[in-house]
Design a protein. Structure first.
Lengths: 464, 151
């Protein structure tokens, strides 16, 4: 087992990994930028090294400094968390070359899955349903038009090297296609340095269903059920839950098998997520695989009782999975709300500030993953996610009630957050019925914001 | 103890990581062995504190810099690595306390991942204090020298 792991990340995920390492009696090395000197992950690690100035490109993305720190502190492994270098195959390769274990899949697997178009083709060959689309790359707008004729509009022009929702454009008919193609390609070249494009049918207002995968070095691959992440705003997830109300047991089994087949085709090891879109008729299609631990991993942990970070570390150390597919039990229901330092009333703009007073909810079935503390100052250099509130309860309705209670109890003074906005969603009939898709927030944004503002005014002056 | 036993003991001692060994027999005979101070290990991380409080890691670099709160310019590490005062182990250091430097003169090396980086003096001046020990591991922004700039 590893003796010392460098955590190449910050915030709540760095803390999550450090906590797991402490339980496994593995020493940790935290890295931090000058901006994060007083961060919680710095305080709780065994050792801490400053690796650069505030800007992420010079610190948390600084492979040279991070590797130097890992070698100087004689770390035998690096955990990249999510974001930052977690899906950077160059970094994974450098770790391998320096004799440091990268906790995640190999650089080769990462590269294969990182090329979305190649991943799609691999899935097709392996019998995993994919969104109807082009067979390989699309060379030009004319070529795209030919394919779009066959598969039907609307279509999505997508960058092979894409990620994070970039290098994608919609086209609802042939007149929109040429400009969609050229602007998507231009964005792809500027963001990823690669203008290779492919085409997919656009499934309108799908549900976003993803399956958690674990694979060890001995070829054992299991899935730990799905997460429904359809509550999204501009492709950013806000609320995730498991199990999904959209899945029947039969569908779950089918999709789970497809997810495992996808991971097997990729030769995947470590924790990963297979993403599907689901249309109104229950048809599901592979869109991509995320080769990292994800933000919403606690949702799966709550319903299965499996510690995913610990499994990642064990897998990286060459140990076999602790459980087999038949041992995986989904119990109860879990929901996660992402609490971001943003102001819903003003276009969700990032809301800087210092946390003057913090009270986090607790009690039965409530978990909060956060690096906040009273006095914490939010930073413009990093993303605005402050905390994740996760609840678990025997039934979905109880979980919804528990989340409402948890959010009502939570106090984060000094910073605007989306907590009230999320809280309102938990009262929406479509959410309660579980009949929502990825268009939910967009369609209900105005009424939710209105309710939010009215309740603000009311609580400021109940007599008004 | 006979001679052979002492030779055996010497061998075992040499191979062990002990620095000192003393054996006393009932007869009063005593054998005492000591090793010369061990060669400085390849890596002596200066900032590594006792595991209890990681907060002292950055503090260690900071308390070393506390006296440098006096006047002067701090030259800080632009990267993470091992600090070397001289171009090679047998060469004299680039600078000593009192050395005059011109802007751009190399005043130390920081080695990271087998690559040597020359750290230049940020301005003309005099080195007033050397804040880290040779071959210690430095983090980003760690104060290395205090120097007085000359117009």
């Amino acid at each position: 087992m590893f003796k010392r792991i460098l955590v190449a990340n910050r915030g709540e995920i760095a803390l999550r990994i450090i906590r797991c390492c402490r339980e496994m009696e593995i020493e940790t090395v935290a890295v931090y930028s000058t901006e994060d000197r007083s961060a919680l992950h710095v305080k709780l690690a065994t050792y801490a090294v400053c690796i650069g100035p505030a800007k992420a490109a010079d610190s948390y993305l600084n492979m040279k400094n991070i590797l130097a720190a890992a070698m100087k502190y004689q770390c035998d492994a690096v955990h990249p968390g999510f974001g930052f270098l977690s899906e950077n195959s160059e970094f994974a390769r450098l770790c391998e070359e320096c004799g440091i274990c990268f906790i995640g899949p190999s650089a080769a697997v990462m590269e294969q899955m990182g090329n979305k178009e190649a991943a799609r083709r691999l899935m097709q060959r392996s019998g995993v349903p994919v969104v109807p689309g082009s067979d390989g790359r699309v060379e030009s707008a004319e070529h795209a038009a030919q394919i779009a004729e066959k598969i039907g509009y609307p279509v999505l022009v997508k960058a092979s090297a894409g990620g994070g929702g970039r290098g994608i454009r919609k086209a609802y008919d042939v007149t929109e296609l040429a400009s969609a193609f050229s602007s998507a390609q231009a964005e792809a070249i500027s963001c990823f340095g690669n203008g290779e494009m492919y085409l997919e049918k656009l499934i309108v207002n799908p549900r976003h269903i993803e399956f958690q995968i674990l694979g060890d070095s001995q070829g054992n691959i299991i899935h730990l059920g799905e997460r429904d992440c359809s509550i999204q705003r501009k492709n950013q997830k806000l609320i995730e839950e498991a199990p999904s109300k959209a899945l029947t047991p039969a569908l779950r089994e089918q999709m789970g098998a497809a997810a495992v087949a996808a991971a097997r085709a990729a030769g995947y090891t470590s924790a990963g997520t297979v993403e599907f879109v689901m249309d109104k008729d229950g048809g599901f299609y592979f869109i991509e695989m995320n080769t990292r631990i994800q933000v919403e991993h606690p949702v799966t942990e709550m319903i299965t009782g499996v510690d995913l970070i610990r499994e990642q570390i064990r897998i990286a150390a060459g140990l076999p999975l602790l459980i087999r597919q038949e041992d995986v039990q989904i119990r109860g229901h879990a929901i996660e709300c992402r609490i971001n330092a943003e102001d819903p009333a003003h276009g969700f703009r990032p809301s800087p500030g210092t946390v003057q007073f913090l009270h986090l909810p607790g009690g039965c079935g409530v978990r909060v993953d956060t690096a906040l503390y009273t006095g914490y100052k939010t930073s413009p250099f990093y993303d605005s996610m402050m905390a994740k509130v996760i609840v678990h309860a025997p039934s979905r309705l109880e979980a919804i009630r528990r989340m409402r209670r948890a959010l009502e109890e939570m106090v984060i003074d000094g910073v605007q957050t989306n907590a009230d906005f999320a809280h309102l969603i938990l009262y929406h009939p479509d959410f309660i019925k579980g009949t929502y898709d990825t268009s939910f927030i967009e369609r209900n944004l105005e009424s939710l914001l209105q309710l939010d503002q009215e309740s603000e005014r009311w609580s400021a002056d109940p007599q008004a | 103890m006979n001679l052979q036993e002492i030779y055996d003991l010497m061998e075992k001692f040499e191979a062990s990581s002990l620095a000192e060994l003393e054996v006393q027999e009932e007869s009063g005979a005593r054998v005492s062995m000591k090793k010369a101070a061990p060669a400085a290990p390849v890596f002596v991380p200066q900032g590594i504190p006792a595991p209890v409080s990681a907060a002292t890691a950055p503090a260690a670099a900071e308390t070393a810099a506390a006296p440098a709160m006096q006047e002067g310019t701090l030259v800080k590490a632009p990267l993470v690595g091992t600090f070397y005062r001289a171009p090679s182990p047998d060469a004299p250091p680039f600078v000593e306390v009192g050395s005059r430097v011109k802007k751009g003169d190399t005043i130390c090396l920081i080695e990271a991942m087998k690559m040597i980086n020359e750290i230049p003096a940020p301005a003309d001046g005099v080195i007033e204090e050397i804040l880290v020990e040779n071959e210690s591991v430095v983090e980003y922004d760690a104060p290395l020298f205090r120097m007085k700039e000359l117009a």
